[in-house]
Design a protein around this ligand. Sequence first.
Ligand code: SAM
Length: 346
Amino acid sequence: MEPIEQNINTLYRKQDIPDAALKEILETDIYDDLLFSLADKVRKEHYGTDIYLRGLIEFTNYCKNNCYYCGIRRDNIRLKRYRLSEEEILSCCEEGYRLGFRTFVLQGGEDPYYTDERICGIVANIRQKFPDCAITLSIGEKPRESYQAYFDAGADRYLLRHETASDEHYAKLHPLQMSLDDRKRCLFDLKAIGYQVGSGFMVGSPYQTTENLISDLRFLQQLSPDMIGIGPYIKHKDTPFRDKENGSLELTLRLVAILRLMFPYALIPATTALGSIHPQGRERGLKAGANVVMPNLSPVGVRELYKLYENKLCTGEEAAQCRSCLEQRIISAGYKAVTSRGDVIR
Ligand code: SAM
């Protein structure tokens, strides 16, 4: 057996491997088939062929942050901004519930309009109306007390990608006011409060090196999150990174598989970004070890406006269409779409 194959088998046996071995695996495509088939096997051992559906509600595209890569950054003055009212958010949940979703993911920019009081009100209302559903928030960096208040109001999960675990790389992707330390503090606060926590990073973001990716994997080992979301970086014409290359499908898939081997229990989505860079991106993500998809429940009228990057998928479809399209894709890849809450199995 070649040394790289031996290293992949070491990962498969859930043993840690040195950075140098991870680097070799990350930098060659020769063993992708082996990697994907082992990842698929590990996923099946933990979750069978179940793929969990989460209903995604993108409720505001206002953001006070200015991340260099993101289409809804504050300084993008070409973007028409929108916010959903509490009634609109609730009606998305109602439609989602009717379609069988038992997890709602409320995602948005960091929008000061949604004070803690407003967020708690929305969460409490959803909790009361849909007691059997999981409520996931993804609204960025907040003080610990705010996270606690949302949790007490009924939120159970929180998604906050660390974006990159290297301080130097973080500073190349974000303005000075933002720091990796703050982001990490948020993630550890969320865990301490009792949320199921999701983190992750973009693959192929500008200036990213293989060493950065290895730091990302090591940071995730330290955090031990329940969910891990990764997707390729995709450029947006109205950001400072408009001329940077997109991340690659192949490297993203390889990382999905590595994550599955390193974190067998994790909930790993086949992300919209993966589907946006390749027509079969999400199916291929599932086959490389992903076990979650997030159909869009946002009203069709605002979909186009939550444009983090170019050519974002599913901007024109009704919720029901989006759900059935994804279910077909799941079935065609050989898996089963499941609408239960889909909590992590540790
Ligand atoms: N504001 C919240 C936060 O910061 O976590 C949630 C919204 S934020 C837009 C969601 C994620 O979109 C980010 O964590 C980032 O990884 C991803 N994203 C932003 N711009 C992107 C791009 N150009 N390509 C791919 N992913 C991008």
